[in-house]
Design a protein around this ligand. Structure first.
Ligand code: NAD
Ligand code: UDP
Ligand code: UDP
Length: 339
């Protein structure tokens, strides 16, 4: 296959030989796949604020144009509707590869992880870009080790209803390490634990978005099973800080990026009551198959090597998310809503 050469823009030092401030540092050109999604769009905001040229590649499967619409007029920003399962040619320095349906209700319908990751690694290899994959705590499956360290190999059912996601991400990590070892691609691996915040899909199906939506709409919060299973919830700005620290740092990973504060679903419902609606009620429903019983990250590695740790507690983060959800519900009622 013909491979176009990657041209770094020449730096013009001018007649004096002194480096003019405006051209002394070439802008980093960064692609964010899945950049119109929940996490991706917050990452894009921060990269744009840093001064990068940012290209978002997204097929809008679960993402929304509305999440990035505020950048459309900016000449440093480009939005490409594209499915990463298909090859794509771009000239970039960094690739944040997030594209993937992340919620259980969505991911069963789309095995993006393998083909999409292969194409983005092929791209990284061709243009010598640094590649970061957003893997997941789901690679630990229903963990037999608690809290989970990066050295734990996991306990995943290969044929269960969640396997498409778990095994897809495990394969994506494998491909990433293969391209690193065999092709010399610079890679970074993040294992993200449950994350919440503004711009999450309203109909996402994940527990935080469900409880917050239900509390705002005065519907009972649906607790699956007995509600004693645990998760650790991270606010999205903490995750974005972690992803950028990882990309800019010297370590491949994998790194757990999550908030170690662990809550049962009943405790989460209680925090929603305390921070959003004190009258919110509960409704118990049958749990889904293969639901992990506990999950909590050990983040000592990220603390030590990336100098990163989350700052926002659940009690601080939930009201911020609720205010975004309220605005969007109101827009929905006004009919001013694109999806
Ligand atoms: P999201 O669904 O909001 O974002 C995913 C984005 O990828 C969407 O904009 C979607 O349209 C896009 N996309 C999906 N398939 C695509 C394809 N084939 N081609 C191009 N674009 C495609 O989800 P999110 O929560 O923002 O997740 C982002 C990443 O973080 C995912 O890789 C996910 O697996 C990972 N992650 C998220 C969490 C979490 O709690 N949010 C936890 C662990 C891992
Ligand atoms: N690829 C891509 N963009 C590029 C380079 C590669 O989408 O700029 C895709 C390519 O089409 C292939 C995959 O990435 O499907 C892996 O590429 P690689 O060159 O590693 O493998 P090969 O094409 O040699 O099998
Ligand atoms: N859950 C729940 N009510 C809901 C949605 C989910 O009790 O309305 C539970 C679910 O059974 C699981 C936990 O919340 O134990 C987290 O589920 P989620 O889908 O948010 O994330 P994941 O299972 O991928 O960690």
């Amino acid at each position: 296959r013909e491979s176009p050469t990657y041209h770094r823009r020449p730096i013009n030092h001018g007649a004096t030989g002194r480096v003019p401030v405006s051209v002394s540092r070439r802008r980093t050109r960064t692609v964010v796949t899945g950049g119109a999604g929940f996490v991706g769009s917050h990452l894009v905001d921060k990269l744009m604020a840093r001064g990068d040229e940012v290209i978002v590649v997204d097929n809008f499967f679960t993402g929304r144009k509305e999440n990035v619409v505020h950048h459309l007029e900016n000449p440093r920003f480009e939005l490409i509707r594209h499915d990463v399962v298909q090859p794509i040619l771009l000239e970039v320095d960094q690739i944040y590869h997030l594209a993937c349906p992340a919620s259980p209700v969505h991911y069963k319908y789309n095995p993006t992880n393998v083909m999409g990751t292969l194409n983005m690694l092929g791209l990284a290899k061709r243009v010598k870009a640094r590649f970061l994959i957003t893997s997941t705590s789901e690679v630990y499956g229903d963990p037999l080790e608690h809290p989970q360290k990066e050295t734990y190999w996991g306990n995943v059912n290969p044929i269960g209803v969640r396997s498409c996601y778990d095994e897809g991400k495990r394969t994506a990590e494998t491909l990433t390490m293969d391209y690193h070892r065999n092709e010399g691609v610079e890679v970074r691996i993040a294992r993200i634990f449950n994350t919440y915040g503004p711009r999450m899909c309203l109909d996402d199906g994940r527990v935080v978005s469900n409880f917050v939506s239900q509390a705002i709409r005065k519907q009972p919060m649906t607790v699956y099973g007995d509600g004693k299973q645990t998760r650790s919830f991270q606010y999205v700005s903490d995750l974005v800080d972690g992803l950028m620290a990882l990309m800019e740092g010297d370590h491949v990973g994998p790194f757990n990026l999550g908030n170690p504060g662990e809550f049962t679903m009943l405790e989460l419902a209680q925090v929603v009551k305390e921070t959003i609606d004190s009258n919110a009620s509960l409704e118990f429903k049958e749990n889904t198959a293969d639901d992990p019983q506990k999950r909590k990250p050990d983040i000592s590695k990220a603390k030590e090597l990336l100098n990163w740790e989350p700052k926002i507690t659940l009690r601080e983060g939930l009201p911020r998310m609720a205010s975004d959800f309220r605005d969007r519900f109101l827009k929905e009622l006004d009919g001013d809503f694109d999806k």
